[in-house]
Write a protein that binds this ligand. Structure first.
Ligand SMILES: C[S@@+](CC[C@H](N)C(=O)[O-])C[C@H]1O[C@@H](n2cnc3c(N)ncnc32)[C@H](O)[C@@H]1O
Length: 224
């Protein structure tokens, strides 16, 4: 629709069957697999937030036999592409998509407290208002089982330091929408996570100055 702002920064390719493709997912899906495979418990029930075209879920669930993967997104075009990927699935472990706004206090059908082993979100929190990151982290604190993982992939600043390429990216995001921007893992996200009962667990440098960040839900109740 011409009057809706784009939800992705790149042109998404389309196949005749409704599945969409994004150049970045083609580039980063193998590096993400290499990081997730040894770190995810299997079997595991994983909820993906902001699944976009759906390529990550299709590829990663096919490559990790113990992972039961559920798509979600806020955007109807993205949900349509995820439905098309799900329709082509041969594993029986690719589910959804659920219509889900990460910034909402209540996640509808995903609201299954303690039943998610992992929540994964790639390239969403900088292309959305901070409320989306806050809602994502709060949802992970609310719904992950104790010891469950919230996994974020994308660009981050670290304690006020930011790679030059990410600083330029941050400026371009803010020019498009002042509420968007590369988030600071240490000064912005970790305090929010701590309040939600999540602690930084692992961190992996990825190509192009991206990170994969693992927060783990603590077994004890969070302090206020
Ligand atoms: C840049 S795309 C990334 C898609 C995919 N995760 C990837 O890495 O290829 C950003 C996605 O975030 C979704 N999104 C933005 N705000 C959201 C929100 N508040 N809740 C859920 N999804 C959201 C958009 O619809 C879009 O699919």
């Amino acid at each position: 629709m011409a009057d809706r702002p784009p939800v992705a920064l790149e042109d998404r390719g389309e196949s005749g069957d409704g599945r969409r493709y994004s150049p970045s997912a083609a580039r980063n899906r193998e590096p993400i697999l290499r990081v997730l495979k040894p770190r995810l418990p299997q079997p595991a029930r994983l909820l993906e937030i902001a699944s976009g075209t759906g390529e990550h879920g299709a590829f990663l669930s096919a490559e990790m036999e113990g992972i039961d993967w559920t798509y979600s997104d806020i955007d109807e075009d993205s949900l349509a592409s995820q439905r098309a990927w799900q329709a082509m699935d041969k594993t029986g472990r690719l589910r959804g998509p659920l219509t889900l706004d990460a910034s909402a206090d209540e996640w509808g059908e995903a609201e299954l407290a303690g039943e998610w082993d992992a929540i994964f979100s790639a390239n969403m929190i900088h292309i959305a208002p901070l409320a989306a990151a806050e809602g994502l982290i709060a949802g992970a604190g609310r719904l992950l089982r104790p010891g469950g993982l919230l996994i974020l992939y994308g660009p981050f600043a670290r304690g006020g330091e930011i790679a030059p390429s990410n600083a330029a990216f941050d400026q371009s995001l803010k020019a498009r929408n002042p509420s968007w921007g590369v988030r600071d893992l240490d000064s912005e996200l970790r305090p929010i996570a701590h309040k939600a009962g999540l602690e930084l667990h692992d961190l992996v440098d990825m190509p192009a100055n991206n990170l994969t960040v693992f927060f783990r839900k603590t077994v004890q109740e969070p302090d206020d």
